[in-house]
Design a protein around this ligand. Structure first.
Ligand SMILES: [Zn+2]
Length: 226
């Protein structure tokens, strides 16, 4: 297949190591996918393969109905959810799913994570929302993700009683959102155990979000590094 697919096989295989590095996954749970730009295809993790054994060559290429078009292994059992998101959200280039512990604890309680931290305002623009309960298989999970995140600033949704799905412009962006979601969920939990976390005013959340999304990070001029 194309050079682009070959490149994305490498990227998606490598990004799975980040889920392990940040302690977001147990055993073979969790998955990353990337849309193949300009094609109705995605690259996704194979089902039931150990993280240690993931390689560019055993990633699976599917169409956006979840049908395998290249690869010897069955794709992730969450393929239908990823495919639904790509079909419904054309700007999304990457999707990640984990059962990371702290964020999934909030999902188990059926609670959105309120915005008590500037880092959360930066990354998520407010609360991290709770999505509906949905059984695996079919389009219910995908529908729940899209219904919750459409028009929402947050790139992460806590699917009730299940876990975290994140989206991004690229697969790497979606992995970053999964890492930051777990970090926020952990701190929010710790804050609750200490007392009553203090809300951030809506206008301050807006200002933090605007600055981070538009200004923060490195510009193309190295000397302007922030
Ligand atoms: Zn799951």
């Amino acid at each position: 297949m194309s050079d682009e697919v070959a490149r994305l096989r490498e990227t998606v295989a490598a990004l799975h190591a980040e889920l392990v590095r940040y302690n977001l996954v147990a055993w073979t749970a969790g998955n990353v996918s990337a849309r193949v730009p300009g094609r109705d295809l995605m690259v996704i993790k194979p089902s039931g393969v150990s993280y240690d054994d993931l390689r560019p060559g055993n990633m699976v290429v599917c169409d956006l109905d979840g049908v395998v078009v290249e690869g010897d292994l069955a794709p992730s059992s969450d393929t239908a959810a990823h495919a639904y998101v790509y079909r419904a959200m054309p700007d999304v280039g990457g999707v990640v799913h984990t059962h990371s512990g702290y964020a999934t604890a909030w999902a188990a309680c059926g609670e959105s994570i309120p915005c008590h931290l500037t880092a959360q305002a930066d990354e998520f623009g407010g609360e991290i929302p709770i999505g509906p309960f949905a059984l695996i298989g079919g389009d219910d999970i995908g529908k729940g993700i899209v219904a919750t995140l459409t028009g929402h600033r947050s790139p992460a949704v806590l699917m009730r009683n299940h876990g975290v799905f994140t989206i991004g412009r690229t697969a790497r962006d979606a992995v970053k959102a999964a890492v930051m979601c777990e970090d926020v969920a952990r701190t929010a939990h710790l804050a609750r155990t200490l007392g009553d976390p203090v809300p951030i005013a809506a206008e301050d959340i807006d200002s933090l979000y605007a600055r981070y999304q538009n200004v923060y990070g490195q510009t193309t001029i190295p000397s302007a590094r922030r």
